[in-house]
Design a protein around this ligand. Structure first.
Ligand code: NAD
Length: 485
């Protein structure tokens, strides 16, 4: 393919766009076409040091800015994000591959984080008790913690960074973001718009790259907290190394989400929801439906309905009209997915729909929607996060068996139930071992105002992202006890 010269992305340090201290770069591809969108610098520890220094200096003045004034910049930022909605969504589709409608939805999720963070004057309020003893009062006051580092994955280039920096910044911290090297373009645009909204220099910084940048943040003494979102092994590593260095760390990790379809469910709805949840965003969602436990008496009917709907999926470039299923992120990820499909066949699962047979012309990294039936918990395709449009179905006798099966997973981000029976919903809610639950929906999507509550190997830390957990994570408290004499 002939290539025109592509730009090398710059880092954003102290309000300036600067070249990284390296000649090492990686190519950012459009996964739908194989086109080179840009080169991303693999920045060094020196780049991290410069960004952290700028953030530490900016913190000294930013923390003193009155909370409503900080919030007002977020109101302006919200307006700019709304104005640039289509542009941002297009960029997401180009660098990530998800279809434009999904990208549009992702921008909304990001905007909601900014809207929630703009409520900082209320969210940062403390509490008082006027009499803890005779003539003695106590109160708690909330303050920022300092420089925060954020490390983000490729699958939500807008939403995930927006879980972090708007709340961290509005609560008075300064921030160094390391976006995914596979989807780094959107982060730069987010920073440009924040600057346009009036954010002072050094409050938000971006250092592009990979492991060295992550380690630079994890080891830097002036970085007080780390927010990480990404795969399980890296989340565990980041949590261990960050806490070893005595930092506050929240590390959101991988997933394998289970849905349960019971015989009294609206099967039409269940099949539509699960089709969307399994194959939307090419299965590259930490809340994707990966396993369905279906009651055996309705399994054939459910699979038939699901298959019909899945066969209607249009695969292609997410910017094209009517396309639902875009590519996976890279050629290597496609290869890995094909290996998992092969593994599923070897393990003895019945392949109901083989996405390897679906083809899209051109150089994109496409895998068609794939469905396995008769999957068991001994199989790798049941156990591992494949992070691609591959769905496993297990047949179960009843709700109890379905819950027991789901609870064997090492992951615990999300779980959904499809039923009309309130008693079933209650039993599911009380006994399922996962943090984000859905009832008759396919994806219990994280919202800005609630915590994203994964657990087991899907999360390391105490305070989750978003909601008041986010406020707690990015602030510390002083308790003042006073006697006025
Ligand atoms: P990833 O773990 O490969 O990368 C995440 C970040 O970590 C990137 O910025 C990357 O540069 C960095 N990184 C990767 N390997 C590293 C290493 N060895 N040392 C230091 N840093 C390293 O994840 P990804 O493939 O970009 O994203 C997909 C994963 O993220 C999936 O597992 C998905 O479930 C997970 N995810 C989880 C949530 C959640 O809320 N739990 C949300 C979105 C994505």
């Amino acid at each position: 393919m002939t290539q025109t010269k592509v730009q090398i992305l710059q880092n954003y340090i102290d309000g300036e766009w600067v070249g990284a201290n390296t000649t090492k770069t990686e190519i950012v591809y459009n996964p739908a076409t194989g086109e080179e969108l840009a080169h991303v610098p693999i920045s060094t520890k020196e780049d991290v040091d410069a960004a952290v220094q700028a953030a530490a200096e900016a913190f000294e003045t930013w923390k003193e800015v009155a909370v409503p004034r900080r919030a007002r910049i977020l109101f302006k930022y919200q307006q700019l994000l709304v104005e640039h909605w289509d542009e941002l969504a297009t960029l997401i589709t180009k660098e990530n591959g998800k279809n434009f409608t999904e990208a549009h939805g992702e921008v909304l999720r990001g905007i909601e984080c900014v809207e929630f963070a703009a409520g900082a004057p209320t969210l940062m309020m403390g509490k008082q008790l006027p009499s803890i003893a005779t003539d003695l009062e106590s109160g708690v006051y909330r303050y920022p913690i300092g420089v925060v580092g954020g490390i983000t994955p490729f699958n939500f280039p807008m939403m995930v960074p927006c879980w972090m920096f708007p709340m961290a910044i509005v609560t008075g911290n300064t921030f160094v973001l390391k976006p995914s090297e596979r989807t780094p373009l959107l982060a730069n645009r987010l920073a440009q718009l924040f600057e346009e909204a009036g954010l002072p220099k050094g409050v938000l910084n971006i250092v592009h790259g990979a492991h060295d940048v992550v380690n630079g943040l994890l080891d830097h003494k002036d970085v007080k907290a780390i927010s990480f979102v990404g795969s399980q092994p890296v989340a565990e590593y980041v949590y261990k190394r960050g806490t070893q260095n005595l930092k506050r760390v929240q590390a959101l990790a991988g997933a394998k989400n289970h849905s349960i379809v019971l015989k009294d469910a609206n099967l039409e709805n269940a099949a539509t929801q699960i089709m969307n949840a399994a194959f939307g965003s090419a299965g590259e969602r930490c809340m994707a439906a990966s396993v369905v436990a279906v009651e055996e008496t309705i399994a054939d009917e459910f699979i038939e309905t699901l298959l019909q709907k899945t066969n209607e999926i249009k695969m292609g470039n997410g910017l094209d009209e009517g396309v639902f299923l875009g590519p996976v992120i890279r050629e290597q990820h496609k290869e890995r997915t094909l290996q998992y499909i092969e593994k599923g066949v070897e393990e003895g699962a019945r392949i109901v729909r083989d996405g390897r047979k679906d083809v899209v012309n051109g150089e994109g990294y496409f895998v068609g929607p794939t469905i396995f039936d008769t999957v068991t918990s001994e199989m790798k395709i049941w156990q591992d996060e494949i992070f691609a449009p591959v769905l496993s179905i297990a047949r179960v006798k009843n709700l109890e068996e379905a819950i027991e099966l789901s609870n064997q997973s090492r992951f615990a981000n999300g779980a959904c139930i499809f039923t009309k029976d309130g008693g079933n919903v209650r039993k599911f809610r009380e006994t399922i071992d996962a943090g984000m639950l859905g009832v008759n929906i396919g994806v219990p999507a994280p919202m800005a105002f609630f915590p994203f509550s994964g657990y087991k190997d899907s999360f390391y830390g105490d305070l989750h992202a978003n909601g008041t957990d986010g406020v707690e994570f990015y602030t510390r408290k002083k308790v003042v006890t006073a006697r006025w004499v």
